[in-house]
Design a protein around this ligand. Structure first.
Ligand SMILES: C[S@@+](CC[C@H](N)C(=O)[O-])C[C@H]1O[C@@H](n2cnc3c(N)ncnc32)[C@H](O)[C@@H]1O
Length: 220
């Protein structure tokens, strides 16, 4: 990614940070975006993931790195019986709890402050995981600790996910090629022995780089 493109993206995120906290109407939800919570409304991939989630009918699902919790809310709205929302960033946990209270029609969501699966009961396994991760290490660092962003966190996520995915279960994730290729979940998933399907590609999305949505699964 060129330094100009990166500077534009950082400026967009800082603009969102400056107006936080705010509430926005987003895909039919009243969403609060708390101070220091990743601004879902300027995310590249969150809304696209939200729409794709409608194609899946899991019993147990998790929104990993939930931020304000939009993807968890979508899964409940889609009728998924048991939905977890996990994030390690305390402002995100406060924010998702508030969004669940403000959208009472979606019903209960299990919220967990957790570094990946660490604080989630060992016996809980999932049919669907969605992880809209940070695409690179570093970045602004204001929407959650991000020194391990990109490759490191995604590799760790997949090695834990192996023990938390039901047979036939899938992981949905995204990537924008503004980040270095080593951070692309495609390469990481294949190295870790997963199967991968590209569900969506948009070339040079918002002039930032090619956008991908992936479905990752374990072989039979
Ligand atoms: C790009 S934001 C996505 C937020 C939200 N899911 C969305 O799509 O708008 C990434 C989120 O992952 C969380 N996160 C990063 N590393 C994590 C980890 N190891 N365990 C749990 N959450 C993590 C961050 O705190 C942040 O809220």
């Amino acid at each position: 990614m060129s330094s100009d493109t990166m500077a534009l993206r950082v400026a967009e995120l800082m603009k969102a940070y400056d107006k936080q906290p705010y509430t926005t109407e987003f895909d039919g939800f009243q969403l609060k975006i708390g101070k220091g919570v990743f601004p879902t409304d300027v995310s590249f991939a969150t809304l696209k993931l939200g729409h794709i989630l409608g194609n899946y009918h899991p019993e147990y699902a998790i929104d990993m790195g939930c931020g304000c919790g939009y993807l968890a809310l979508v899964m409940r709205r889609n009728g998924v019986p048991k939905v977890y929302a996990a994030d390690r960033h305390p402002p995100a946990i406060e924010c998702v709890l508030e969004n669940i209270r403000n959208n009472p029609e979606v019903g209960p969501i299990e919220v967990c402050q957790s570094d990946l699966f660490q604080e989630i009961e060992k016996e809980v396994v999932f049919d669907l995981m969605v992880f809209n991760h940070f695409y690179r290490p570093g970045g602004t660092g204001i929407f959650g600790e991000n020194d391990d962003g990109g490759k490191d966190v995604f590799q760790r996520f997949l090695s834990e996910a192996k023990h938390r995915l039901n047979a036939g279960g899938v992981i949905l994730t995204s990537f924008v090629k503004m980040s270095d290729p080593e951070n692309d979940p495609q390469a990481i998933a294949i190295q870790e022995g997963f199967n991968l399907r590209t569900l969506l590609t948009e070339e040079n999305y918002m002039n930032m780089g090619d956008l991908f949505i992936y479905e990752i699964s374990l072989g039979a």
